[in-house]
Write a protein that binds this ligand. Sequence first.
Ligand code: NAP
Length: 282
Amino acid sequence: MSKPPRLAVIGHPVSHSASPRMHQPALDDAGVDASYIAIDVEPGKVREAFSKMQEEGYIGCNVTVPHKLEAMEICDELTDDAKALGATNTIVFREDGTILGHNTDGAGLSQAILEDFGKSLSELRILILGAGGGAGRAIATQCCREGAPAVYLSNRTIEKLEPIAIDLVDNHGGKLVTTLSTDTESLIEAASRVDLIINATSLGLKPSDPLPLPVEALLSRHMVYDAIYNPPVTPLLKAASEVGAKTSNGLSMLLHQGAFAFEAWFGIKPNLELMHKALLQK
Ligand code: NAP
């Protein structure tokens, strides 16, 4: 007999989401009588979707684009991470009927960098490409919260960066926070001052995309993390490996944000190996 749906990812669109295939084996392994499904929810309909899930006895859900802000506004309580990152990606429907909003994206990125490069964000000077986007801002906030000694923010639309930089310094422990545009000279100069480069732009999703920074900016001592995981080797990661830099893709961030979400629902760690294996299968 099939298991009752009691967990889901909501988004719009959502059919591409890897979360169901990542979470189901972990649920099965932990002996949880629940299936994890994808639910397409139109913008403006998140409250309605939450009420329905609560009525149907859901444990919680994940929230993806474009609902991370809308979901946050509906929560009765937010974790410190959700407050700091200004969005929720994981929801817990509590037995008393209240809704708790978490954000595991920042912790997921942090764990990914630790496992992939053996370094903590607190010891790295970091350049974030696309820091004005949703993922980029969350990553920048996490870097500052963990005490990264220097954070360089770059974004095509540079106007987005000034308020973000001010927020990072005033509210999230940002030390040396520098904003820059996407011109060749600024990117080469900033890259020469950092250890870790993170691509949080959408450049690299398509094979025809240009690199998010000039190839001359890449150095053999760099660690280069691309938040994109499909394709697994973006043009940026290929160029970075060619100069001898260490590289990793966004699959590890996806995996660890999912593992932290599982912990938020059940208070136990999931079987990471099974989740990872499931993510590698298409
Ligand atoms: P978003 O909010 O739409 O932000 C997109 C970012 O990309 C913005 O900074 C945008 O700059 C920049 N950008 C878009 N087209 C560009 C171009 N042609 N040239 C230069 N910059 C460009 O999207 P998001 O949700 O933050 O996602 C960003 C990336 O992170 C996506 O590739 C997504 O797959 C990835 N991601 C991965 C994970 C994971 O778990 N691994 C989680 C979340 C997101 P402007 O501000 O100028 O528009």
